[in-house]
Ligand binder design. Structure first.
Ligand SMILES: Nc1ncnc2c1ncn2[C@@H]1O[C@H](COP(=O)(O)OP(=O)(O)OP(=O)(O)O)[C@@H](O)[C@H]1O
Length: 307
């Protein structure tokens, strides 16, 4: 498994990772989510011994990466699909990796087969399409049959069929008992692959929970009421113990967990005309944006509730 404990990384004035603690456990896919600049790559680089933390630590199977004798046999990583030398044939790239990690040469053919590259193994890395390069990166990650996998945007550059293939493979690897961390900034894509989510923004942990719980907590259905008097409706709802949400300038009030009849009765009793009364649930992407929008270092704004 991967254990990240109190991890902090500063680059000059920039705090890329800020006191981060989470674990990637075996037997399940953990989605590592955060908007651009959240600190995902920095965390992954520290786990893989490519960068040193300012404080805290990251352990793979209980030790620091640099203490692993044959790292590829313990942890497979896909960080940069373009990492293979352009002039080197795909098969030679894998053979070189296998040799430097004490892995049998026959494993190279197995992983090429596994990722669907058996026919193009003799092609030079520079002549592979983006999707094929991604598959070569996955082949390298799998070479040592590691118990821990760390994959950054594994579906990048793949066509829809390829994305489905990666999703199925990633789930199967976890089902075999591996600890799998898949990082991405695409909430909806990761949520269908991962059972567990670690969400960060501005280098800080925002959520560490099962995907089911995340959906329950952040995408719960709400009642949507549209009115020209949203502030007064909010007050009246609060008087009845119903907590609503309203974005400045919007005509919409959202009341999580309520039913339409209750909200309609409160409006009627207060003489408030409703232009719409309906049910609505946040999409995962909306929930993700809402959760991460206020984090330091993330400058984009989340969309309003509904305007
Ligand atoms: N070598 C570096 N020197 C200075 N700042 C850095 C360095 N590496 C990362 N950063 C900064 O640290 C923060 C986190 O970056 P990081 O690449 O870890 O985020 P990320 O979540 O992987 O983003 P993305 O989804 O865009 O890849 C950013 O503000 C980034 O500019």
């Amino acid at each position: 498994m991967i254990e990240v404990e109190g991890l902090t990384k500063r680059y000059g004035d920039v705090t890329a990772v800020d006191d981060l603690t989470f674990a990637v456990r075996p037997g399940r896919v953990t989605g590592f989510l955060g908007p651009n600049g959240a600190g995902k790559t920095t965390t992954a680089r520290i786990v893989l011994g490519l960068d040193r933390p300012t404080r805290g630590r990251a352990l793979v199977n209980g030790v620091h990466y640099r203490e692993l004798r044959h790292p590829l046999r313990e942890v497979g990583a896909l960080l940069d699909a373009g990492a293979a030398h352009k002039a080197r044939r795909a098969v030679d790239h894998l053979r070189w990796l296998a040799r430097s990690n004490g892995i049998a040469a026959r494993r190279v053919d197995q992983v090429l087969e596994l990722v669907g590259l058996a026919d193009v193994g003799r092609r030079r890395a520079g002549r592979l399409s983006l999707g094929m390069s991604q598959r070569l990166g996955l082949a390298a990650a799998l070479l040592g049959d590691p118990a821990v996998l760390l994959l950054d945007e594994p579906g990048n550059g793949l066509d829809p069929e390829g994305v489905r293939w990666v999703r199925t493979m990633v789930r199967a690897w976890a089902a075999e008992g591996r600890a799998v961390l898949v990082s991405s900034h695409l909430m909806a894509e990761v949520a269908v692959t991962a059972e567990h989510l670690v969400v960060i923004a501005g280098g800080r942990l925002l959520a560490d929970t099962t995907t089911d719980e995340f959906v329950r907590r952040h995408c719960a259905p709400a009642v949507l009421a549209r009115t020209t008097e949203p502030a007064r409706l909010l007050d009246l709802l609060a008087g009845q113990g119903l907590e609503g949400r309203h974005d400045a300038g919007s005509s919409v009030v959202l009341v999580p967990g309520a039913d339409t009849a209750a909200v309609g009765r409160v409006a009627a009793a207060g003489g408030i005309a409703l232009d719409e009364l309906s049910h609505r649930a946040d999409s995962l992407e909306e929930a993700f944006l809402r959760l991460t929008a206020d984090a330091p270092g993330f400058r984009a704004t989340a969309p309003g509730v509904v305007s």
